[in-house]
Design a protein around this ligand. Structure first.
Ligand code: AMP
Length: 462
């Protein structure tokens, strides 16, 4: 199957070639022809499957006819988070660079007026988070009765974040005759209810199954000491043993640890940056841009801050802590090995974290290997502070030794499950699910690359 078989316009095909896409992914091959026939599409697909282009490309084709009018956008893409919305904007602008279309990004955390001014001038597409879109509507700055195509992306995350009442409200404000493309990684009953209410005879396309595997990620465990400074030392040693790290995300459970790790790694000469929920929107985007541009090699992140981000070609993921919720593990390691590329995921495990590891292994139905040859020794520079810190707290116990990493032949498999993300701003709503925890920055995860049987052959490394 080629892109030219899908019915896309010549201008869109040119953009696809310019983007370097040669073969459509499964979701693209399945969804695009139906979307071009103006049918509603219900897509079961996850981040990493190529679903953004699956809705952007037919939208571009559709937008070639007609033009935008003031305050009356023609198409609308709803995203659960600001980061995802900004990412989709980037894809839209890159794939649509020959189309000269106006894109308005309506997200919270940034000023309202420039967004309103853009809609005033006429936007072909609005990419929005639900809360900010309704703010614009309620202030009379936006009309929704000219929307011809609606995309609801990451619907199950929207649900988890308590956005469903907003989504329902928005759907009721749109013309009945609009086309709807609806994407979700899972289909819980609440989502099914919404789809049966707001989609008309949708074509269902499904490219991934919950629990399917990404087999390009090598997963390894590393024994680590419990004490904080010694654990940071262990991380540094681990990073030093890896000579093929192109760029990496280092995950931690707590925002405070993220900030501390960044400081510590920088102090030790690592090119590190942080991404956590306490940073404002512009700082987060700036950091992400720097990471994408390879100006920052190690991105230290909390789960919420990193969720759903499409950062291509991350060679390594390091879990500084074992995630408390097993699904977060799957989400974290899904940052690497995307789109059929190979990746490595290391998880540092203390004795205390054994129970969380067990839950992960149960979830992925696989025992993860430890590596204990070619030991990575504690280094002088940090053993001392580590011991000092331990003494300061009146502890005397000897820190466990950091254990080594070795290259593995076997490519481990991992299960892919769904994620949800905490809202960038509190949902406007009403009946949010109770938070699963307050202490840690993680929520339910989800996301992955391609899956067995779905990965286009052109993406497979031979
Ligand atoms: P998404 O699932 O939309 O987040 O896309 C995941 C990644 O796959 C992005 O980096 C896209 O640029 C890339 N991608 C999407 N479609 C294709 C394709 N047909 N060929 C190669 N890469 C693609």
């Amino acid at each position: 199957m080629n892109f030219s078989d899908l019915g896309l316009s010549p201008k869109v095909l040119e953009a696809v070639t310019a983007a370097g896409y040669t073969t459509p992914t499964a979701i693209q091959a399945e969804a695009i022809p139906h979307a071009l026939q103006r049918k509603d599409v219900l897509g079961l697909a996850q981040t990493g499957s190529g679903k953004t282009a699956a809705f952007v490309l037919p939208m571009l084709s559709m937008l070639e006819k007609g033009r935008a009018r003031a305050r009356m956008p023609r198409t609308l893409i709803l995203e659960p988070t600001r980061e995802l919305a900004a990412q989709v904007q980037e894809s839209f602008e890159s794939l649509g660079k020959n189309h000269k279309l106006t894109v308005a990004l309506l997200i919270g955390g940034v000023s309202f007026e420039p967004q309103a001014a853009k809609i005033d001038r006429g936007a072909d597409v609005v990419i929005a988070t639900p809360g900010r879109l309704l703010d614009h509507f309620e202030r009379g700055r936006l009309m929704m009765n000219s929307i011809e195509m609606l995309v609801i992306d990451e619907a199950d995350r929207m649900l988890d974040m308590g956005f469903m009442p907003d989504i329902e409200k928005i759907c009721k404000l749109l013309p009945f005759t609009r086309q709807t493309l609806f994407f979700s990684a899972t289909m819980p009953p609440e989502i099914q209810r919404v789809t049966s209410q707001f989609l008309h005879n949708p074509i269902r396309v499904e490219t991934t199954a919950r629990g399917s595997t990404v087999d390009t990620i090598t997963q390894m465990l590393v024994k680590a000491p419990h004490e904080a400074a010694a654990k940071r030392d262990a991380l540094r040693n681990l990073l030093r043993t890896q000579d093929n790290v192109k760029n990496a995300i280092i995950f931690s459970n707590r925002k405070t640890t993220v900030a501390l790790l960044e400081k510590s790694l920088r102090k030790h000469g690592f090119n590190a940056g942080a991404l956590h929920g306490d940073m404002d929107q512009s700082a987060r985007l700036k950091m992400l841009t720097a990471f994408r541009a390879n100006e920052v090699t190690f991105l230290i992140a909390s789960d919420v801050a990193a969720r759903g981000l499409d950062i291509p070609e991350v060679s390594h993921v390091f879990n500084f802590d074992v995630p408390i919720h097993a699904e977060d593990y799957v989400h974290r390691i899904g940052r690497t090995g995307r789109a059929g590329r190979e990746g490595a995921a290391f998880t540092m495990v203390t004795k205390e974290e054994g129970k969380y590891l067990k839950a992960i292994e149960n979830l992925i139905n696989k025992e993860l290997p430890y590596f204990d040859n070619g030991a990575v020794e504690e280094t002088e520079d940090s053993v001392k502070p580590a011991r000092r810190e331990a003494r300061g707290r009146g502890r005397t116990k000897t820190e466990p030794k950091v254990v080594a990493i070795a290259k593995v032949e076997e490519v481990a498999k991992s299960v892919v499950v769904e994620t949800a993300e905490k809202p960038a701003r509190e949902p406007r709503v009403h009946t949010p699910r109770p938070p699963r925890h307050t202490h840690f920055e993680n929520d339910a995860p989800n996301d992955n690359g391609f899956h067995d049987g779905n990965m286009p052959s052109f993406l497979i490394k031979r």
